[in-house]
Design a binder for this molecule. Sequence first.
Ligand code: HEM
Ligand code: HEM
Length: 199
Amino acid sequence: MAQDRRYALPTYTPTARALHWLIAFLVFIQLPLGLYMSYRGNEMITVNEKGETVKGIFDALTGVLYSSHKLIGLTIFLLIVVRLLYRLTQGAPRPDPSVPAALTGVSHLVHWMLYLLLIAVPIAGYLAISYGRYLEVFGIPLPALTEKNMDMSKEIFEWHETGAFLILAFVTLHILAAIYHKFIRKDRVVERMLPNKIV
Ligand code: HEM
Ligand code: HEM
C-alpha cells in the first residue's frame, strides 16, 4: 500500500528538499541579522569615553555582524543559483490535483518572486558594498565590481532594504499558506517538502 501512496503523492527530491531547508534556515538568520547590525552600526545610541552621545557603534561585534551578513548573503546567492539551475533542469512534482488551479497559480507566483528576490537582493548588497568600498569580510578583501560612488551605494542600499522587506512579506505569505494547507485545508501539500519524508 505504501507503494500506491508514493505514486499518489509525488514529493520534491531529497536534493530539492535539502536546498529548500538550507536556504530557508539561512534566510531566517539573515533577515534579523541585517536589521540588527544596521541598527547597531547606524542608529544605536551610546556614550563614548568623553561622555558624548554617539549614534551608531562600529566596534568589533558590529564588524563581525557585518562580515557574517556578507558571508551568509553570498552563500545564499550561490545556493539559490544552484537551486534554480536544478529546478529548471529537473522540474518539480506535478501540482496536488486536489488544490484549485487558481490557488496553485498564486503559489507558483509567490515561489518565482522568491527566486527572483533571492537573486536580486544579494546582487544589490554586493553592488552597494562595491560602490561604497565596504568590501572586507573578516579581514579578507572582496573584488570591487564598480568604481567608488557613495551616492550610488546609498541608493542601492535602499533597494537592498526594500528587496529584503519584500522577501520577508513573501516568506510570511508562504508560511501562512503552508499553515493553511496543513491545518485548514488538511491536504498533503506540506508533506511534499518535509525533510526525509518518503511517503
Ligand atoms: C538574501 C540575501 C540578503 C538578505 C535577505 C539581506 C537583508 C538585509 C537587511 C534586512 C538589511 C538591513 C536593512 C536596513 O535596515 O537598513 C541589510 C543590510 C545590509 N546588507 Fe544585506 N541581505 C542579503 C545579502 C547581502 C549581501 C550578499 C551583502 C554584501 C555582500 C549584503 C550587505 C549588506 C550591508 C553592508 C548592509 C548594511 C547597510 C547599512 O548599514 O546601511 N547583504 N541586508
Ligand atoms: C516554515 C517555513 C517554510 C515552510 C513550511 C515551507 C514549505 C514549502 C512547501 C510545502 C513547498 C512546496 C509547495 C508545493 O509543492 O506546491 C515549498 C516550496 C518552496 N519554498 Fe518553502 N517553506 C518554508 C520556508 C521557505 C523560505 C524561507 C523560502 C525562501 C526564502 C522558501 C522558498 C520556497 C520556494 C522558492 C519554493 C518553490 C519550490 C519549487 O521550485 O517548486 N520557503 N515550501
